[in-house]
Design a protein around this ligand. Sequence first.
Ligand code: ATP
Length: 202
Amino acid sequence: MHFSRLRLTGFKSFVDSTDLIISSGLTGVVGPNGCGKSNLLEALRWVMGETRAKAMRGGGMEDVIFAGASSRPARNFAEVALTIDNGDRLAPAGFNDTDQLEVVRRITRDVGSAYKVNGKDTRARDVQMLFADAATGATSPALVRQGQISELINARPANRRKVLEDAAGIGGLYQRRHEAELKLKNTEANLLRVDDVVEQLA
Ligand code: ATP
């Protein structure tokens, strides 16, 4: 399972539709200052479900939409599409029935974000889980920001462990455990209420 293509439309400085083919092996992005190298990395993080506008270097999530330039008006939406080659059929359960997956995220001003996987509306949580189970995602240690190496060297052991767990692809399991615990608590509360009602009726 590997990323094979990234398409951006109206995302930050990429106002026109821009298509990048990602070959297997190492990919380098080079260019002059301010040409959009970091924006590309942010597009990857964003389509994988990033929810923190700050991690996108913005004040709000709509700041990822092309804001206009002297010769071009601002756009009303931004879209990033990530194509994943799943020829080895290693995608997590629920997403593993095609050789190719296309994950699309679109944000529209005053409306918010929506996701599609292979053309079908998909919840943000399910997209985030898809990437967490595949040992990648918006917070993946595989995407290295400036300054992140020194942060890691100075990090507390518990934080370093989190990096190793994300790299091993078990981050999604913690999220599922947390959700299961919440459901269990709700069910216990409901059972107590049922007991009360039964007692009143008796
Ligand atoms: P450096 O090498 O200096 O780190 P870079 O190649 O990583 O630069 P980026 O930081 O990705 O460049 O791109 C910065 C450019 O993106 C700036 O010109 C900025 O004005 C533009 N930009 C960022 N957000 C938007 C937006 N919403 N609309 C239009 N342009 C934007």
